[in-house]
Ligand binder design. Structure first.
Ligand code: HEC
Length: 111
């Protein structure tokens, strides 16, 4: 949750509205920062890694992709996009709980 959301429900509602229909989920900023997601990913431009929009496009309608991605976010796995695999959470900023992985995957797939 955004810090402002805890502070005031009104501000929170405004933020959710401002983030617009295109992004149903609020960005889980603290997690994203702690895990350095934006070091390698961007929302819309492939860089060191596929963009979150590309990833969402690829997996949105794939059954069970969510579980595979959550597992991969936590523990790593083989590359699906090229030669470079994503490092496991422990190498990115610390261990990631199943719950946090779930939040992050839902957020990525909402882009
Ligand atoms: C050190 C660079 C790096 C960081 C940091 C990083 N990623 Fe990645 N990520 C990659 C690369 C490279 C790939 C492509 C791997 C592949 O081919 O499957 C990838 C792929 C992914 C995929 C798709 C996996 C698949 O199997 O198709 C998701 C989802 C993802 N990243 C989410 C995240 C999130 C969320 C974070 C922050 C918690 C994050 N990444 C942090 C480099 C990174």
């Amino acid at each position: 949750m955004n810090a402002l959301c805890r502070h005031s429900l009104t501000v929170c509602a405004a933020l959710v509205l401002a983030s617009g229909a295109a992004h149903a989920e609020l960005e889980p900023t603290a997690l994203v920062d702690q895990q350095h997601c934006m070091f390698c990913h961007t929302r819309d431009a492939p860089f060191l890694a596929p963009s979150f929009q590309q990833i969402a496009e690829r997996y949105r309608n794939v059954p069970n992709a969510q579980f595979m991605l959550e597992h991969k976010l936590r523990l790593g796995g083989k590359a699906h996009w090229g030669d470079m695999a994503m490092p496991p959470a422990a190498d990115r900023g610390g261990p990631l709980s199943a719950e946090d992985a779930h939040t992050l995957v839902l957020w990525v797939l909402s882009q």
